[in-house]
Design a binder for this molecule. Structure first.
Ligand SMILES: [Zn+2]
Length: 370
């Protein structure tokens, strides 16, 4: 039987009754932000060739700490992969709803991570796939010397650019663009990543279809020194995904963006999920599958984020470790009138006294009897 809690249908779910246009998604994100201003931030990380905003939401509990670890998720790099867009929106919706409903795991996660979600990396292509060509994949770059349009954003990153799996022919679907980062959409994503490089713990890019769990392996050991760990966490995600409806994924080797994210930006956990199905509908997944795909993918993301937090001992904003000299006010940590007036037991406060007296290594090194 199905173990994971499957979302009950509610009035607000009508957003997930069908695949939405870019404008509807922007409106949805604005609503999520205005209904949850403390939990949800909204920003444009850049503009597309046709001047559409590339929107990102930030979901996390803000206790005033500026350097929380980040889990980055995106969808809609490839225009025709509508399920990737709907699933990114679904993950946003569930993180917010579950936090507001007091879900323990989500509370645990949002105390530790900021989730950055970009549901539509390629808004021009996504719109074009709705209005003109349902099977469109690339962005809408106008290229010199050809009538062919568009660059494959997934092949436009500046790490092993132009390598295997990409084409120099602008008429091909996997055209890598005239040069690395030639496209505003790949530049927007890469700036977000580079600007937050030291905080990024995981990068999960959503695609369809094929039911593949992809992570950087199969290249060289040097490119992915922790592939065993990547596989271990992928297995945990897969088990959680499978527990919802029994969907099975295969493991495989990914596209170029992931090598860039892992090999250049040094993000520890990098995954690409090629979601349902295995080809029966392919890119044309029926709208009735939006919520099921959302449910199982969300289960995987949640399980992986939890495992990463535990493995990496990602600090909560609430419970700081005693030895964390960032977290304790040293002036309140001496063993004389410890815990008295002017000190706080709240680790989020500036005058936090630490877990016990003289717990800081720095304090101990200064103590005369040591
Ligand atoms: Zn794709």
């Amino acid at each position: 039987m199905i173990k994971d809690k499957i979302r009950q249908f509610a009035a607000s779910d009508s957003f997930f009754d069908e695949f939405r246009r870019n404008g509807e998604i922007e409106k949805f994100l604005r609503e999520k932000h205005s209904e949850n201003t403390k939990l949800v931030g909204l920003m444009s990380i850049g503009t597309s060739i046709e001047h559409r905003d590339i929107m990102a939401v930030k979901i996390g509990v803000d206790h005033g700490r500026a350097n929380k670890s980040i889990i980055y998720i995106d969808g809609g790099t490839h225009a025709r992969e509508w399920a990737a867009v709907s699933t990114a929106c679904y993950i946003i919706d569930r993180l917010i709803d579950d936090y507001n409903a007091g879900d323990k795991v989500v509370t645990y996660l949002l105390n530790r991570f900021d989730f950055y979600v970009v549901p539509v990396v390629n808004p021009d292509g996504y719109e074009y796939s709705h209005t003109t060509d349902r099977m469109w994949r690339k962005n809408k770059a106008i290229l010199k010397g050809t009538d062919c349009l568009g660059t494959d954003l997934n092949r436009n990153y500046g790490f092993h650019w132009g390598g295997e799996g990409s084409s120099r022919d602008p008429c091909e679907e996997n055209y890598s663009g005239p040069k690395p980062f030639s496209e505003p959409e790949s530049r927007a994503v890469s700036s977000l990543i580079v600007d937050n490089k030291h905080r990024l713990m995981a990068y999960i890019t959503l695609h369809s279809y094929g039911q593949w769990f992809l992570y950087p392996w199969g290249w060289t050991e040097a490119d992915s020194p922790n592939k065993k760990e990547l596989k271990r966490v992928a297995d945990i995600g897969h088990t959680a995904l499978n527990s919802v409806y029994g969907t099975t994924y295969k493991l495989g080797s990914p596209g170029q963006i992931m090598y860039w994210a892992h090999g250049f930006a040094h993000i520890p956990y990098v995954y690409c999920l090629e979601m349902r199905d295995e080809g029966q509908h392919g890119f044309l997944l029926p709208a009735k599958d939006i919520i099921p795909v959302g449910n199982e993918t969300y289960a995987a993301v949640k399980a992986m984020a939890r495992e990463i937090a535990l493995t990496r001992r990602v600090k909560s904003n609430v419970k700081l470790k005693c030895i964390d000299s960032l977290g304790t006010d040293l002036n309140r940590n001496y063993g004389f009138h410890w815990g008295g007036e002017g000190s706080s037991r709240d680790p989020c406060e500036e005058n936090y006294l630490g877990l016990k007296t003289q717990c800081s290594a720095l304090i101990n090194s200064m103590a005369p009897d040591r």
